[in-house]
Design a protein around this ligand. Structure first.
Ligand SMILES: C[S@@+](CC[C@H](N)C(=O)[O-])C[C@H]1O[C@@H](n2cnc3c(N)ncnc32)[C@H](O)[C@@H]1O
Length: 221
């Protein structure tokens, strides 16, 4: 709260803590702490992915959440920067005063609060030695929507540096730290690769693999 800009956002990404087969949704557990600091929840984004451990005594866990808080009621939110293709892009009003005009935003639709993005498993192009890194594209959407070029992103639990990379890729500044020196080294190496143009990331525009569709016919999540 001390270093957060008045128009700034705080995003807290967590899954479930699992103990003896019982799950503890960490966003629910932590929410009162954020409220104590008078942060305002704007969205509870559900990040859905298809891969993970297979449950035998409960349903397999296939989502985590991002709690998006703002410090105040005036906050940066660039919706146009993260619009996704509309389902029916050419659809028009067929009656009334707007008849014949496009009924949807030509820039695309609001991506909603359920985001379908592959998680970083062993065959993902971004995989490093870090055991639980985010896909860069998850943070890219947050960076584009919640910050302007030149703004600064702080990730105090930087891991393999995915959030820092998302910020740097889009002209933002980035500060990060981690208690494990090996992870800091991975982050620095990835930043160096970004500068050298050799960093491999999954492009934001790439469609999600769907085994039911013919090759090349995948829908964007
Ligand atoms: C879930 S990982 C973050 C992964 C990161 N988002 C990425 O995409 O690579 C959480 C990280 O927090 C670090 N961590 C845990 N406690 C910490 C602390 N007190 N201060 C700084 N980093 C910490 C861990 O070493 C771990 O790398």
């Amino acid at each position: 709260m001390r270093v957060l800009h008045p128009r700034g956002s705080l995003c807290w990404q967590v899954g479930n803590h699992v103990q003896n087969g019982e799950i503890f949704p960490l966003d629910l557990v932590l929410y009162p702490i954020f409220k104590k600091h008078e942060l305002r929840l704007r969205n509870r984004i559900v990040w859905h992915f298809e891969h993970g451990l297979h449950g035998s005594r409960r349903l397999s866990g296939r989502y985590e959440t991002v709690l998006w808080f703002t410090k105040g009621d005036e906050y940066t939110f660039n919706l146009d920067a993260i619009r996704v293709p509309s389902k029916y892009p050419g659809k028009k009003y067929y009656k009334g005063p707007k008849a014949g005009r496009l009924s949807c935003n030509p820039l695309g639709k609001n991506p909603g609060d359920v985001w379908i993005l592959p998680n970083v498993k062993f065959n993902h192009v971004e995989k490093t030695l870090h055991p639980c890194q985010f896909p860069v594209e998850l943070i890219e959407r947050l960076v584009l929507a919640l910050t302007d070029p030149g703004d600064t992103l702080l990730d105090p639990y930087a891991g393999a540096g995915s959030a820092l990379l998302a910020a740097l890729m889009h002209g933002r500044r980035a500060i990060g730290c981690d208690v494990v020196p090996e992870y800091v080294k991975i982050t620095l190496d990835r930043i160096e690769a970004l500068r050298a143009g050799t960093l491999r990331t999954r492009p934001r525009e790439r469609s999600i693999y769907d085994p039911k569709l013919p090759r090349g016919g995948h829908a964007r999540g």
